[in-house]
Write a protein that binds this ligand. Structure first.
Ligand code: NAD
Length: 345
């Protein structure tokens, strides 16, 4: 497992313990995510941690000959906004890190039985929208001019929920472009080698264990902390940005199900809650819970941000029997309990 000491990797380690007896995690404990530089307490003891960088050739040569029946590729630079200004860093880790992995796999005597990639809803960009007359189109990226003129939406059209078999990828962030590149690299390799590949396109994952110090990811954690400290939560655009917040345990369950049932060839599945939530709705809920002032709609924006991101889970339900179990109110309450424990500890 690469990147297995991160937020999703640790939750997955708890979910897989007992099912898998041991596994190797390659993770460089990126300081932005792991400020202490220590092995995370939530990483199950069955995992052997190799502290190394997936983008470095030496990491892989040192692992030559190591058994690898199943590959779970999580390691990534994940800052959507940050990626616009630190594109090479995202390219190096996400793209070259993936080609290093396939080069390593090609050198080994035995092929893996299954490769699983955690991709992202960021590959869709704005995705597919529908006009009032029912025709659909891909609006592409909102321009800086559009956003600075406070035109947030594509006029006369409505967004659709993203589903891999219906929505073409069209990323609007460098991060999204690198996640799509990971998909393409792994599918080119896996299909040529007849290794089953599962790609899970995750929506916005939140919950206990998400880095409290990484200001580039985790809007739910950030808002929760603001509200807890009694501050007004600043909400971008007109507050009506829509996201699909999916609880970490549901994501770990989806990954475990994806691992349990490989199918020949490539399959791409969406993982989310399937529920649209506005950023203003999220902020209002958290402000009420903490008796903090009402959120403030600031009209600020970030270039490259998408307006609407929600998953259509129909295929994932059918293929994996996956059903998200944790609603947002329950998930936020568990997250808060965890944040409180971290603050006290
Ligand atoms: N969390 C989300 O909302 C979300 C949404 C969509 C997709 N994903 C994807 O899921 C995967 C895991 O994300 P996460 O939320 O657990 O993020 P995370 O930042 O908590 O975990 C990523 C892990 O990768 C490690 N890493 C980073 N660069 C590395 C490198 N060069 N070499 C080795 N390890 C490196 C980090 O130290 C970290 O432990 C990523 O591929 C991400 O793109 C996450």
């Amino acid at each position: 497992m690469t990147g297995g000491a991160g937020f999703i990797g640790c939750a997955l380690s708890q979910r897989l313990a007992g099912q898998a007896t041991s596994w190797t995690v390659i993770d460089n404990l990126l300081p932005q995510v792991h400020p202490s530089g220590e092995r995370p307490a939530d990483l199950h003891e069955a995992a052997t941690l190799v502290r190394a960088d997936v983008s470095q050739e030496q990491t892989w040569t040192e692992l030559d000959g190591a058994p690898a029946d199943t590959i779970i590729h999580l390691a990534a630079e994940t800052g959507t906004g940050q990626s616009l200004f630190e594109a090479s860093r995202h390219g190096l880790v996400n793209v070259v890190g993936t080609t290093r992995l396939t080069d390593w796999l090609s050198r080994q005597q035995r092929l893996p039985k299954h490769v699983l990639l955690t991709s992202s809803r960021a590959v869709y960009g704005e995705g597919r929208w529908v006009r009032a007359d029912g025709s659909d189109f891909y609006p592409g990226q909102r321009s800086h001019e559009m956003l600075s003129g406070m035109t947030w939406d594509f006029v006369g059209a409505a967004a659709t929920a993203a589903r891999a078999d219906l929505t073409h990828p069209s990323p609007t962030s460098v991060y999204g472009a690198t996640k799509l590149a990971q998909e393409h690299i792994l599918s080119a390799w896996a299909l040529s080698q007849q290794v089953p590949l599962t790609v899970l396109r995750l929506q916005n994952v939140y919950g206990p264990g998400q880095s409290l110090t990484n200001s580039y990811t985790g809007i739910v954690t950030l808002f929760s902390r603001w509200a807890k400290s009694g501050k007004e939560i600043p909400v971008f655009e007109d507050g009506q940005i829509v996201r699909d917040f999916v609880y970490i345990d549901d994501v770990a369950e989806a990954v475990a199900r994806g691992l349990g049932a490989p199918t020949p060839g490539l399959r791409i599945l969406d993982v989310g809650s399937g529920v649209p939530t506005t950023i203003h709705g999220l902020a209002t809920h958290l402000a009420l819970v903490h008796a903090a002032p009402a959120p403030v709609v600031t009209g600020q924006f970030r270039d490259g941000d998408i307006r609407h991101g929600v998953a259509d889970l129909a295929v994932t339900r059918r293929e994996l029997g996956f059903e998200p179990k944790t609603d947002l109110a329950t998930g936020l309450s568990r997250l808060q309990t965890w944040i409180d424990a971290q603050d006290e500890g």
